[in-house]
Ligand binder design. Structure first.
Ligand code: HEM
Length: 414
């Protein structure tokens, strides 16, 4: 994942030679200077493999909102993964399916993520966070990722799906193996591990599907799994493979992004102690501050689309022909000075803040009310309990270009 390019990130030369499939050293730790160079000097950038990388806010929005731009990647995924459970997952889950199949699947799970449904989880989240903060207080030193951030989203998503909470760690590990192969460059070992992880999940869920089928679903389903199985039994609206892969998609969408949001959010707030301390002062975290953390971190950094008709890009003035494979870089769009004042500054008072961290169009993040509620609950409590939170070692970034985040963040609570 490194290239020999020695160009400084701010130069036109750096933008011209940048390649998403041959990343420069230090990219994961600091991608933003590269994005800035691309926005300024080569906003419609061609990668070595022919894909087009868009980095300006208005251009990213235009392709994302274009209903004719499609997500089907079967051909590319088949070439990259070969046959097997990993390919089955990324060609069956709704994230890489276009309407009408996408809409048929999404309609089954949407009710579980409405603001009202999510609000009913508030007491559960508050208790969970308080328990984790108690544990952290006893330990004094902890890894903010493993001991705190990662434990919240997985507890929630197992509950929403209707699988045992004690399986959370196992499921998170399986899920990560399935996500990693979505990165631009992957090794054969990563692909092999992805197949194994997807196969394990399929076996794991089978037992729970059988359990729900045997029990039957009377009345309103209480869990996503019940809703999916009911849809399967009701005229086969959803196949069993679609049930399994929707659960795996929700598991992954639900835990990795939000874990990274909390970890990188805390890491960023430690660089802005005034704003961190203000959070615990009793005013809580307003809507604007939640949005600013989500903009600043952008836990999911890249997305793919293929144009099916010419697309006029408003910011760069280029027209993409039909059939272009596009990489949308929302991490760059969220730092575009054409759309945000002082975009590299974390400013919890920022208004307005039309970030694109949750995407746009038919695939806009289904779990965004949940991610927002988790953020709103976690950060003020963290700051109120540990106003003197500090780093106790160097943070370790993960190697995930799309799901950029921290593998570890050692902290001391006082
Ligand atoms: C801060 C946290 C989160 C971020 C930044 C995020 C980001 C995104 C983005 C950018 C997309 C659009 C993908 C595309 O257009 O191709 C998306 C889709 C999705 N997200 Fe999230 N997400 C977050 C949290 C969650 C949570 C908590 C869940 C579920 C519990 C979730 C489940 C999903 C699902 C299932 C999709 C696919 C939607 C579809 O294809 O219609 N996400 N997310």
């Amino acid at each position: 994942m490194t290239s020999t390019s020695s160009a400084l990130p701010s130069t036109p030369e750096a933008a011209r030679t940048f390649d998403m499939f041959d990343l420069p050293p230090g990219y994961i730790q600091a991608p933003y200077p590269w994005f800035r160079a691309l926005r300024d000097h080569d906003p419609v950038h061609r990668n070595g493999d022919g894909t087009v990388l868009l980095t300006r806010y208005a251009d990213v929005r235009t392709v994302w909102r274009d209903v004719s731009a499609i997500v089907d990647k079967n051909e590319m995924f088949h070439a990259k993964f070969g046959d097997g459970p990993l390919y089955e997952h990324h060609s069956t889950a709704m994230l890489f399916r276009d309407p009408p199949d996408h809409d048929r699947l999404r309609a089954v799970v949407t009710p579980f993520f409405s603001p009202g449904s999510v609000e009913r989880l508030r007491p559960f989240i508050e208790n969970l966070v308080e328990d984790l903060l108690d544990e952290a207080e006893d330990r004094v030193e902890l890894d903010f990722v493993d001991d705190f951030a990662a434990r919240i989203p997985i507890a929630l998503i197992t509950r929403i799906l209707g699988v045992p909470p004690e399986d959370g760690d196992l499921l998170r590990a399986m899920g990560l193996t399935v996500l990693l192969p979505l990165n631009p460059t992957v090794s054969p070992e990563t692909v092999r591990a992805g197949h194994e992880g997807a196969a394990q999940f399929i076996d794991y869920l089978d037992e729970h599907v059988q359990r729900v089928r045997a029990k039957g679903v009377d009345g309103d389903p209480e869990t996503v799994l019940e809703a999916l199985v009911a849809a399967h039994l009701d005229g086969d609206r959803v196949s069993i493979a679609e049930v399994v892969h929707m659960c795996l998609l929700l598991m992954n969408g639900g835990h990795e992004t939000t874990t990274n949001l909390m970890a990188v959010g805390a890491h960023s707030l430690l660089d802005h102690p005034d704003q961190y301390c203000g959070l615990g002062a009793g005013t809580g975290l307003g809507d604007g501050a939640v949005e600013e953390l989500i903009r600043f971190v952008t836990p999911l950094q890249l997305q793919g689309r293929r144009t099916t008709r010419p697309a006029d890009l408003p910011s760069s003035g280029v027209t993409l022909p039909a059939g272009t494979e596009v990489i949308l870089c929302q991490a760059s769009a969220n730092r575009d000075e054409r759309a945000f004042d002082r975009p590299d500054v974390l400013d919890l008072g920022r208004r307005p803040n039309a970030h694109v961290s949750f995407g746009l169009g038919v695939h806009v993040c289904v779990g965004r009310p949940l991610a927002r509620l988790e953020t709103r609950i976690v950060f003020p409590r963290l700051a109120a309990r540990f106003p003197g939170l500090q780093r106790a070692g160097d943070p370790v970034w993960n190697d995930n270009v799309r799901f950029r985040g921290l593998r570890s963040l050692p902290v001391r609570t006082s």
